[in-house]
Design a protein around this ligand. Structure first.
Ligand code: C5P
Length: 241
């Protein structure tokens, strides 16, 4: 184990079109807090600094909302793709950083225990660590006419989450290669895989589910509401919160 410095990178520059909200997804609120605040405040309990890639025009607003976190936070303008947003954020890390945890703002409810576990695996010597859960649906590959081509063996499928953790040198190299070859990945591990490096999967967490659609948002809003009601109930019974 080592106590070398770690950083959190939060791609939060998505428009959230699929959510159908009036503002960018990172600024949508659940239980009174924005998704970016929830994601960054949890990360701040584990890492030494944070870089956020924000939607154009929202940089100052996001920086202001995060100014009271316990670690330094830098907010930059995000890129045209998630890969570009992460790449730009990596360029802002201070030189002493050895481990990087890349965490989607859209996975704002990932628990601190999961974030800590990813960092611990890096500190233990792993170079690329990705939380994931087993896929319970049967997945089929289709052609352009929606005709089924084949059925994938579910046993070997994993749905990956964030935070994804990397040794800094490795993720810097992966993004540099991606930039040179104009490659875009839907996650960061895929760029590391292209270098031929080993990526370790660890058990993910249902709470780290990505908020993409209005029904995902409703799920978390209902959950928060239920938690609030439970707290009120135990308060009125004189119970400990
Ligand atoms: O689009 P998708 O849901 O895969 O986005 C995952 C994360 O990447 C979100 O937190 C989103 O804000 C972020 N993103 C970004 N820059 C973009 C597009 C997406 O930071 N250009």
């Amino acid at each position: 184990m080592t106590s070398a410095l770690s950083a959190g990178v939060i791609p939060a520059a998505g428009s959230g079109e699929r959510l159908g909200a009036k503002r960018p997804k990172a600024l949508v609120k659940v239980g009174g807090c924005t998704l970016i605040y929830r994601a960054a405040s949890k990360l701040s309990k584990v890492v030494d600094e944070i870089v956020v890639a924000a939607p154009v025009g929202y940089e100052a607003k996001i920086a202001k909302s995060l100014r009271k976190l316990s670690v330094p936070v830098v907010v930059i303008t995000g890129g045209r793709s998630r890969t570009e947003s992460v790449s730009l954020a990596l360029g802002q890390l201070t030189p002493g950083i050895r481990y990087v945890l890349i965490h989607d703002a859209a996975r704002a409810f990932a628990p601190i225990s999961l974030i800590r576990k990813v960092l611990q695996m890096l500190q233990g010597g792993e170079n690329a660590v990705v939380p994931a859960i087993a896929v319970t649906d049967t997945i089929k590959i289709v052609d352009e006419n929606e005709h089924v081509q084949s059925t994938v063996n579910r046993e070997s499928l994993r749905a990956v989450q964030t935070p994804q953790g990397f040794a800094r040198a490795l993720i810097d190299r992966a993004h540099e290669e991606a930039r040179l070859n104009e490659l875009i990945g839907t996650d960061d591990a895929s760029l590391v895989e292209m270098l031929g490096a080993t990526v370790l999967i660890i058990p993910g967490d249902e709470r780290a589910r990505k908020i993409t659609t209005a029904s995902d948002l409703l799920h978390y809003r209902n959950l928060k509401q239920k938690m609030k009601q439970n707290v009120k109930r135990s308060d009125s019974k004189g119970g400990k919160v």
